[in-house]
Design a protein around this ligand. Structure first.
Ligand code: PEP
Ligand code: MN
Length: 266
């Protein structure tokens, strides 16, 4: 267990997920579609994001959408598709868990359990996923303070937590949200735990993803989670913020160069 007090300042901890280390020397690249759409598309995306340099596959089977009339994800069928993608590519999987009843089935497939921004305050869910001992990707709620975000991690109750900044609400709707790199850096300092950046939900615009990824890496982020698709405009959810595989590959290459340049300076 960690505490968010001054004892943690400057002390960093790593979180291992399958054979990947968050908070180590190398940034971690997680990529894949917003939603698992069908077997054929997910398998193709998984192969291509792997070739592009991603080391973990993302994809939602349970989608907490703004309205119930919107696509809610394939549910358990989506988990089976993720399992198959993992078997074929060897990529570990990050996927969201939204309900207590689905924790066990999601844990059977997920290497990293995602808590979405809408569930950051769902304390019974946080407690229960904490009991599984699985590593957790803890997204920040739209309007959560740093204190509330760290408090949510304390509800999980173990130190295999990776914070994920995904943008906060502001008065200006020109971008979907506002990417708050400073808070991600602060949370890393305060807890010693890794923090990754989700530029996709932070900006809502595919033309801003690359520059925000590079800024995130330059700011010391431990990784990126990027919505990516073989045919972004056809994505069932979050099409406007989804990048193609060529862009993903370029982001990863440039990010690695930035990290190398910065580590050369020390
Ligand atoms: C997602 O990752 O697709 C998602 C729903 O993210 P958030 O919870 O940050 O909105
Ligand atoms: Mn999404």
């Amino acid at each position: 267990m960690y505490t968010s007090d001054s004892k943690n300042m400057g002390r960093s901890k790593t979180v291992k997920v399958a054979d990947i280390t968050f908070g180590g020397e190398h940034p971690v690249f997680i990529a894949g579609p917003c939603s698992v759409e069908n077997m054929e598309i997910l398998l193709q995306i998984a192969k291509e994001v792997k070739n592009a340099g991603a080391v973990m596959l993302r994809g939602g089977a349970f989608k907490p959408r703004t309205k119930p009339s919107y696509f809610q994800g394939l549910g358990e069928a989506g988990l089976s598709i993720l399992q198959e993608a993992k078997r074929l590519t060897g990529l570990p999987v990050a996927t969201e868990v939204t309900e207590l009843d689905m924790i066990e089935k999601t844990c059977a497939v997920a290497d990293l359990l995602q808590i979405g921004s809408r569930n950051m305050y769902n304390y019974p869910l946080l407690r229960e996923i904490g009991r599984t001992g699985k590593p957790v990707l803890l997204k920040r709620a739209f309007s959560a303070t740093v204190e509330e975000w760290i408090g949510a991690a304390e509800y999980i109750g173990h130190d295999r937590v990776i914070f994920c900044e995904r943008g906060i609400r502001s008065f200006d709707r020109a971008t979907r949200n506002v990417l708050d790199l400073a808070s991600a850096a602060l949370v890393r300092q305060m807890t010693g735990l890794p923090a990754v950046i989700d530029p996709s939900h932070a900006t809502g615009r595919r033309d801003l993803i690359e520059s925000m990824c590079l800024a995130a890496i330059a700011s010391g982020a431990d990784g990126l989670i990027i919505e990516s698709h073989i045919d972004p405009p056809s994505s069932i959810s979050d099409a406007d913020q989804t990048v193609d595989i060529k862009t993903l590959a370029r982001i990863i290459q440039k990010s690695l160069r930035i990290r190398q340049t910065l580590s050369d300076r020390h």
